[in-house]
Design a protein around this ligand. Structure first.
Ligand code: AMP
Length: 187
């Protein structure tokens, strides 16, 4: 199963992706986690990405594509994968399509987690307390939501136009939302 999980910041993408990875025994590829690991390691890439991420903006398409390409070349990906946090704009969606075609691993499904904005803000505030993510401060959150609306929402239309999109209600208990996703991606 090769899956893209889309949704605004705070929609529960990361949590659901972790659950799906365990259930389906596929690789969980979170570009946000990969970037945070680069920052933690103090790499050159991490240094470049840090201020951009803290401000709630998107790291360059070029950096992301390079990172993704090397991740997709790793052995564990052959059993399938769930992409969490990529693509974030239409250029990335096109690049992903080309990359997957080239390696002969087309997507099976794209799922959009729908959550109303008021709830997103509330959830991110809760996460900020629990995890202390540097980009979970109010200003950055506002910017990430704006970036989502301007750049990532068109990705939802991109996949809808290709008939590969399933929309899932992301409001409810974690088990409930997960069950909806399984239902949506059933072959
Ligand atoms: P996330 O953990 O998915 O919310 O990502 C955290 C931050 O990492 C985002 O706000 C961006 O700054 C950066 N990021 C993650 N994925 C991407 C991507 N596909 N393209 C550009 N920036 C990204």
């Amino acid at each position: 199963m090769r899956l893209v999980l889309l949704g605004p910041p705070g929609s529960g993408k990361g949590t659901q992706a972790t659950r799906l990875k365990d259930k389906l025994d596929i690789a969980h590829i979170s570009t946000g986690d990969m970037l945070r690991a680069e920052i933690a390691a103090g790499s050159e890439l991490g240094k470049q990405a840090r201020s951009v991420m803290d401000a709630g903006n998107l790291v360059s398409d070029e950096i992301l594509l390079g990172m993704l390409e090397s991740r997709l070349a790793q052995a564990d990906v052959s059993k399938g994968f769930i992409l969490d946090g990529y693509p974030r704009n239409v250029a990335q969606a096109n690049a992903l399509g080309e990359l997957l075609a080239r390696i002969g691993q087309p997507l099976d499904a794209v799922v959009q987690l729908d959550v109303p904005t008021e709830l997103l803000v509330e959830r991110i505030a809760g996460r900020a307390k629990e995890q202390g993510r540097a980009d979970d401060n109010p200003e950055s959150v506002r910017q990430r939501l704006q970036v989502y609306n301007e750049q990532t929402a068109p990705v939802v239309d991109f996949y809808a136009g290709r008939g590969t999109l399933a929309r899932v209600d992301g409001v409810g208990e974690l088990d409930e939302v997960e069950a909806r996703i399984h239902q949506a991606i059933k072959p």
